[in-house]
Structures are given as structure tokens and as C-alpha cells.
Design a protein around this ligand. Structure first.
Ligand SMILES: CC(C)(COP(=O)(O)OP(=O)(O)OC[C@H]1O[C@@H](n2cnc3c(N)ncnc32)[C@H](O)[C@@H]1OP(=O)(O)O)[C@@H](O)C(=O)NCCC(=O)NCCS
Length: 210
């Protein structure tokens, strides 16, 4: 697979026509642009030079599918991921998803990201699995495909965004461990004081720090 490095950016109003030209779906894309302007989501485009080669929408509103909201609450959702047919398998889909994950991490307070994918979309499912999305345990969900509004049977896949956050408590622990061991070192290295002189049988530093 040849990797194509693209620039992934949120789309600006002045570029919406380019996106529509590449992917059609004018009504849907204008709807997404409007939501982005109200900070309800982010419409990403992948640029190869001046050409738009991929797109994706990050939905930050309440999920429209009741089952998703009931099981995942206000989880952000990836939607409308698409790469131009002749640019597929070059890593662009992954770069779009990575940009959405970065956006969510920088906004904070998002522990997960989810998506719904048609049960027959083997290619996309394989990609999601490779980048650590896991099938949820609540079965198939019927989604209203945006654009066509035809019901589609979908798998829901979820990715945990917390690994960066779990690093932090570990670092804190390590720091406090270091503090504890330096206290311990100070205790064991201290010169015998009056108390130690009084009771020479007590090994120096026997009082381990709590
Ligand atoms: C799904 C889609 C967005 C992936 O974009 P992409 O830029 O091709 O994705 P990447 O190159 O980052 O990842 C490709 C992965 O998809 C899978 N894949 C790509 N081409 C494939 C092929 N010909 N056959 C099977 N799997 C394939 C593989 O898992 C591949 O990983 P690999 O190249 O390391 O083997 C793109 O195929 C697409 O636009 N499909 C049509 C729209 C769609 O189905 N969107 C998803 C809606 S949920």
C-alpha cells in the first residue's frame, strides 16, 4: 500500500463547493457545514495539494439512534467517512480518523468515539478493527443513513480514547514513588541522631515511610 500524506483540516465555508464537487451530497454537506458553524460538529476534508480527496464528519450532538444514546450517552460519532475511489488504501481514511481523535483529545472530556458501519461493509470494518475500534455488545442497530434516509443495518464500533489519560495517574504515581524512595534514602543515610545513640539496636531507617 502506498501511503499518501494528506493535510486534514476542518472545511471552510469557501471550500464547500470543492467538497460537493468531489463527493456530491450537497444538501447533506451544507447541513453538516451549518452544524459545524454552531460548534455541533466538525466537517473534515483531506487535501492532496489543492484537491479534496477525503472527507468525514465528526458528530458532537446527541446520537439520533436511541440504542446508541441509551448505551453510550453523548458519545461523539464519526460519520460520512469517504475517500475518492482512486485514492483508497493509501492511509487517507486512517488520517481522517486520527484527526478526529486529536480533535476530541484536545477538547478533553471525551472518553470514547463511536461509529455505525453497514454490516456488509467488510472493507471499512477491517480498517476500523485495525485501528482499535471494537464491536459493541448490544447488537445490530438500524440507522437512518444520512443523505438517503433509508434504514440500514449497522454494526456499532467503539474506540477508547483514554490511553493518554491513564498515562497521567501512572506518572503521578511514579513521582510519588520517587518522593517516597528519596525520603527512604534520606532516612537510611541520615547520621545517627540522639535517638539512635540512645538505642543502638534499632537499625537506622527502620521506620519505613508510609
Ligand atoms: C472505508 C474507506 C473510507 C477507507 O478509506 P481508505 O483511505 O481506503 O483507508 P486506509 O487506506 O486508511 O485504510 C485502508 C484499510 O481498509 C482496508 N482496505 C483497503 N482497501 C481494501 C481492499 N481493496 N480490500 C479489502 N480491504 C481493504 C484495509 O484494512 C486497509 O488497510 P491496509 O491498507 O493496511 O490493508 C474507503 O474505502 C471508502 O471511502 N469507502 C467508501 C465509503 C465507506 O464505506 N465509508 C465508510 C462508512 S462507515
Amino acid at each position: 500500500m502506498m501511503q499518501l500524506d494528506v493535510r486534514v483540516r476542518r472545511i471552510k465555508r469557501r471550500n464547500i463547493k470543492k467538497l460537493v464537487k468531489a463527493f456530491g451530497e450537497e444538501r447533506l454537506l451544507r447541513d453538516r457545514l451549518g452544524r459545524q458553524q454552531n460548534d455541533k460538529g466538525v466537517l473534515f476534508a483531506a487535501w492532496l495539494g489543492r484537491e479534496v480527496v477525503g472527507m468525514m464528519y465528526l458528530w458532537l450532538e446527541q446520537a439520533e439512534e436511541k440504542a446508541i444514546f441509551d448505551n453510550l450517552g453523548n458519545v461523539p460519532l464519526l460519520m460520512q467517512l469517504e475517500v475518492l475511489p482512486d485514492k483508497r488504501s493509501c492511509g487517507i481514511g486512517r488520517q481522517l480518523i486520527a484527526a478526529a481523535e486529536d480533535e476530541l483529545r484536545s477538547r478533553g472530556n471525551h472518553k470514547q468515539v463511536a461509529l455505525a458501519v453497514r454490516t456488509d461493509n467488510k472493507r471499512a470494518i477491517r480498517m476500523y478493527e485495525q485501528i482499535d475500534f471494537a464491536h459493541w455488545k448490544h447488537g445490530i442497530v438500524v440507522c437512518n443513513a444520512h443523505g438517503t434516509y433509508e434504514p440500514e443495518e449497522c454494526f456499532v464500533m467503539v474506540k477508547d480514547l483514554t490511553p493518554d489519560m491513564v498515562e497521567k495517574p501512572r506518572q503521578v504515581l511514579e513521582e510519588s514513588d520517587q518522593r517516597a524512595s528519596s525520603v527512604w534514602a534520606a532516612l537510611t543515610l541520615r547520621k545517627p541522631g540522639r535517638d539512635d545513640v540512645n538505642d543502638q539496636r534499632e537499625p537506622v531507617g527502620a521506620a519505613r515511610p508510609n
